[in-house]
Design a protein around this ligand. Structure first.
Ligand SMILES: [Zn+2]
Length: 216
């Protein structure tokens, strides 16, 4: 008898825990998560993070190429140089990247919300407005990140499928595909990355499109 009661309690307990979890998940709205954009257009999306450096040779390459850019900027890196970032390429759509560059996965909803909302607020102060896109530092996220982002007015959490470090291009399967989101950082080797990407895109017949044109 005791055994039967115990097992019933365990089953009951697990049912309660599963259903309360799913109620929590469905009640809070979530920002949309993107690793790539579904499109048949021969385009990729160029995104740049942080803002540690403002390399003049990268500025010159972007002036030459006139690529549209989406940036995910850390407020502490901008200083008084917001116009340097926003004038790059044909458009530079500015998004946020948290307040302190902490890994968010596993943190409470409240902690994640504070980080994301503060980053978004400070970037709005620096640039006047944002795209409402957010990139989690290190690509570290969980379901609470999407919920916290939505609570901060973020519409899209933007990850990536292609990353560049100097001349090294890292992809999921060795290839760049239409719709892929490309990540670089505002660092000294950014111009090398841009030239390397330009060669790869040209060889594959791909061009760079503006992310916000595909998220309307
Ligand atoms: Zn970063």
């Amino acid at each position: 008898m005791l055994r039967r009661v115990l097992s019933a309690a365990i089953v009951f307990g697990s049912v309660v825990s599963v259903s309360s979890h799913s109620i929590f998940a469905t009640e809070l709205p979530q920002a949309k998560l993107l690793y790539t954009i579904p499109t048949k257009d021969q385009v990729v999306f160029f995104t740049a993070d942080d803002g540690a450096d403002r390399p003049p040779d990268a500025e010159a390459e972007l002036e030459r190429l006139q690529w549209p850019i989406s940036s995910f900027i850390l407020p502490s890196k901008v200083g008084t140089y917001a116009s340097w970032f926003s004038s790059l390429g044909s458009h530079n759509d500015i998004g946020s990247h948290s307040a302190h560059h902490d890994a968010l996965k596993g943190l409470s909803f409240e902690k994640q919300k504070k980080e994301i909302c503060e980053g978004e607020r400070r970037i709005k102060e620096k640039f006047g407005s944002t795209t409402g896109y957010f990139r989690p530092p290190y690509g570290s996220w969980d379901k609470r990140t999407l919920q916290a982002a939505a609570a901060c007015g973020i519409t899209h959490v933007v990850l990536w499928t292609v990353s560049l470090n100097g001349r090294t291009i890292t992809t999921w399967d060795g290839k760049i595909h239409p719709g892929n989101i490309v990540l670089v950082h505002y660092v000294g080797s950014m111009a090398k990355s841009i030239r390397q990407l330009e060669r790869r895109l040209k060889a594959q017949g791909l061009t760079v499109a503006r992310l916000s044109d595909y998220l309307k």
